[in-house]
Design a protein around this ligand. Structure first.
Ligand code: 15L
Length: 269
């Protein structure tokens, strides 16, 4: 399998944690990596990179941003739970702007950073598959569920293929006991994005973004066609995480539900 699958890839959210972690890695997947975020970010464009800033809520700016690319890795937008208006602009208006631009410019493949918060109100005692009904745990999760539906519509109507990657917790290490189940290493995130970019037939697919953790709430069996094989695991961090955290209160909703702290945030008005 050749990793360099595309001529020019657009990566939105380049200034965020995942964007920063994927920047150097994704250069191997294309001849030119177009990096974008809303505001200027550190670091000049290096060899094989170009930088274009755009507010995802601005349809004209997004139309220009997408011109000339042949795949999109969409990490951009609001990435945590919070008040509705910023989420409305970046994640709801923004995703429609992105797919409209993809349609107009003939882009045929998108890797969409969805989130485990689409299904955050399932219990930690349940294992769910990629075809389970959404149970969003807030405005942020709702916006990602909407994004998945937008992606599905643009596949059914216009043939744009998308992997909706319901990312768990992608950090250098699991930070707490919940993340022992939800952790996705940066190495596995890159392997997963690469699989989504290179699998011959992607269609419209949902896959949970997780490493090979012993404890998990998610079953990716229905996404085998993507060919993602995780190589890391939270298990190596388990003893250390247990040693520095106290036993959870199992009556606490943030412990009962998969979405963790997000399930108790808000209301914001
Ligand atoms: C997410 O979707 C967030 O972007 C991230 O900051 C984490 O909070 C993660 O979910 C998680 O559930 O741990």
């Amino acid at each position: 399998m050749t990793i360099k699958s595309h001529e020019r890839i657009l990566m939105t959210g380049a200034a965020g944690n995942l964007g920063k972690a994927m920047r150097s890695r994704l250069k191997a997947n294309c001849n030119m990596l177009r990096l974008s975020d809303r505001l200027a970010f550190d670091g000049e464009a290096q060899d094989g990179e170009e930088i274009m800033l755009a507010d995802l809520g601005d349809a004209q700016a997004v139309l220009q941003l997408v011109q000339g690319v042949d795949a999109i890795v969409h990490f951009g937008g609001v990435s945590v739970e919070g008040p509705f208006n910023p989420i409305l602009n970046a994640n709801i208006v923004g995703i429609v702007n992105l797919y409209e631009a993809a349609r107009q410019h003939g882009v045929k493949r998108v890797v969409f950073a969805s989130s485990n918060h689409v299904t955050g109100f399932y219990r930690q005692s349940e294992t769910i598959g990629v075809d389970c009904a959404p149970r969003p745990d807030g405005f942020y999760g709702l916006s990602k569920a909407f994004g998945e539906d937008v992606a599905r519509f643009y596949f059914d109507r216009y043939g744009i293929e998308t992997a909706c990657v319901r990312i768990g917790s992608s950090f250098p290490e699991p930070r707490d006991r919940r993340m022992l189940a939800s952790w996705l290493s940066y190495g596995d995130l890159y392997r997963l994005v690469t699989a989504c970019l290179t699998t011959p037939v992607l269609g419209w697919s949902v896959i949970y973004g997780m490493s090979d953790n012993a404890v998990t709430w998610w079953d990716n069996t229905g996404a085998r066609h993507i060919g993602y094989v995780p190589q890391d695991s939270s298990d190596a961090f388990r003893d250390a995480v247990f040693a520095r955290t106290s036993a959870p209160d199992t009556s606490d909703p943030t412990v009962q539900f998969q979405g963790g702290a997000f399930v108790r945030m808000g209301p914001f008005s």
